[in-house]
Design a protein around this ligand. Structure first.
Ligand SMILES: Nc1nc2c(ncn2[C@@H]2O[C@H](COP(=O)(O)OP(=O)(O)OP(=O)(O)O)[C@@H](O)[C@H]2O)c(=O)[nH]1
Ligand SMILES: [Mg+2]
Length: 458
């Protein structure tokens, strides 16, 4: 999956800007730079240079910085050209570089190829490479800080020290495999069970941190659902702090999904307002309602909004709708039952108290702070934490699988069921899963898939 050729890409975002950076990485960069600028570049110095086309016409005056391998981002020679930031201009510079660099095999970089090279040259591990993408994509301040910590290696260090502990335990177990009659004695003497429990505790803590990290990275898909006219769009507007969706007293106002991203307590929330759920003969509304169900099927959290009218009683239609929603949503998706229009209710009736649902008013804003708190609680957000990192679904899956293997190994070390061989094997499998997080032991095709999701220039 690697090629030894020098690669080039625009590293800055497309569009007009004061500066646009072009990055070149690979072997043979000094001769390429000499061909471009007729100068031998000194490493790590800003060189003010002019670039000319084949006819000798000026393209741009720019700053070039040369980093000699291995002291660079990719671990290879790197040349960074800080040009003026116009799309046409950058295209011309790229064209000229490719023209002159052709003799040394200079080609366009593929998505994520710079980070891939950094990874393959041991400059960063896989979790750190992913953190670069996550830092750039971060949707809140807390996510920026978490990604920066992951990039510094906070997450990887925890994984590595856990792998080290498992390795020590494995060495211990495997060295006694040849003496099967001593298995029980061995387990006692080496305190293998206690050590395994210690490892498991750390793994669970790490998994909890990663869960929080995934919330920080991806945010929460929060779907507002309910019958028509209960005030879903009003609630969206209230949470967003602006009139994003149309609100009218007519049932069936919202016809399409409306998405608005905000942050609540530092957590990115992607709020989706949906068409009110009901039977309808209207073709457009029916299509809108189908989209409501689609949104529910992909939700991380649902607010089931209700307007029980002045009686405060839950009618059978609401109960039926609730059952349908519970049927549609993903298995672990929590549902918050919220009653809107509290401003129209008198003092809470016995019925309302019995329902124990949350009372709010999208109109006056009453109950909104409590609602936000409940939203964060129900997705398992533990609040801003010192040392928080960002994590991905991939990491969580590996941590889950590692936990399962450790739990199995615990069973094989249990009284009456001792098998050191199986105990050791499960330890090995757990270790493999952890190794996949930092990239060791990850199959090449998966590696390629991860980096191909990066954009070009990263
Ligand atoms: N008194 C009062 N009226 C509200 C409140 N929230 C919404 N309304 C009113 O209820 C009506 C319906 O509000 P919407 O926000 O359009 O309701 P919806 O659930 O989006 O309705 P559909 O899009 O038709 O499904 C409007 O007249 C709102 O002004 C509230 O908290 N108190
Ligand atoms: Mg609406």
């Amino acid at each position: 999956m690697t090629r030894k050729l020098p690669i080039i890409a625009v590293a800055t975002a497309p569009g007009k800007a004061g500066v646009g950076v072009i990055r070149i990485s690979g072997p043979q960069l000094l001769p390429i730079a000499e061909a471009l600028f007729h100068r031998v570049l000194v490493p790590r110095q800003a060189n003010l240079l002019t670039l000319r086309d084949a006819q000798g016409e000026l393209i741009d005056q720019l700053i070039a910085i040369y980093f000699a391998a291995p002291a660079s981002f990719t671990g290879e020679d790197v040349l960074e050209l800080q040009c003026h930031g116009g799309p046409q201009l950058l295209e011309l510079v790229m064209k000229r570089c490719l023209e002159l660099g052709k003799a040394w095999g200079l080609v366009l970089a593929e998505p994520g190829e710079f980070s891939l090279r950094a990874y393959l040259n041991d400059k960063i591990d896989l979790a750190q490479a992913e953190a670069i993408a996550d830092l750039i994509d971060a949707q809140s301040e807390a996510a920026v800080r978490g990604a920066a910590r992951s990039l510094q290696g906070a997450f990887s260090n925890d994984i590595n020290s856990l792998v080290e502990e498992i390795t020590q335990l494995r060495i211990l177990v495997e060295s006694t495999l040849d003496f099967p009659e001593e298995e029980i004695e061995f387990l006692e003497n080496a305190q293998a069970r206690q050590r395994l429990s210690g490892v498991m505790e750390k793994l669970y803590a790490l998994r909890e941190g990663a869960k929080q990290g995934k919330i920080l990275r991806d945010g929460i898909q929060l779907v507002l659902a309910g019958a028509p006219n209960v005030g879903k769009s009003s609630l969206l507007n209230r949470l967003a702090g602006e009139e994003v969706a149309i609100v009218t007293p007519i049932a069936g106002t919202t016809r399409d999904r409306i998405k608005e991203s905000i942050t609540i307590g530092g957590v990115p929330m992607h709020i989706i307002d949906t068409a009110g759920l009901r039977q309808t003969g209207d073709l457009v509304e029916a299509k809108g309602i189908e989209r409501s169900w689609e949104a529910l099927r992909a939700a991380d959290l649902v607010i089931f909004l209700q307007d029980p009218g002045s009686t405060g009683a839950v009618d059978s239609a609401t109960l039926t709708l609730k059952a349908q929603i519970l049927e549609a949503i993903p298995p672990k998706c929590p549902v918050l039952e919220v009653i809107n229009k509290s401003d129209l209710l008198g003092t809470p009736t016995a019925n309302q108290n019995k329902m124990r649902a949350l009372l709010i008013s999208a109109k006056t804003g009453a109950g909104l702070e409590v609602l936000k708190q409940k939203i964060l609680e129900s997705v398992g957000w533990g609040g801003p934490q010192e040392g928080a990192i960002v994590a991905r679904r991939r990491h969580l899956d590996c941590l889950d699988r590692a936990s399962t293997h450790l739990e199995k190994s615990q069973q094989f070390a249990a009284d009456g069921n001792i098998s050191l061989e199986l105990f050791a094997e499960e330890l090995r499998l757990a270790q493999d899963q952890l190794g996949q997080i930092t990239g060791k032991l990850l199959p090449d095709d998966l590696l390629g898939k991860i980096f191909s999701q990066f954009c070009i220039g990263k």
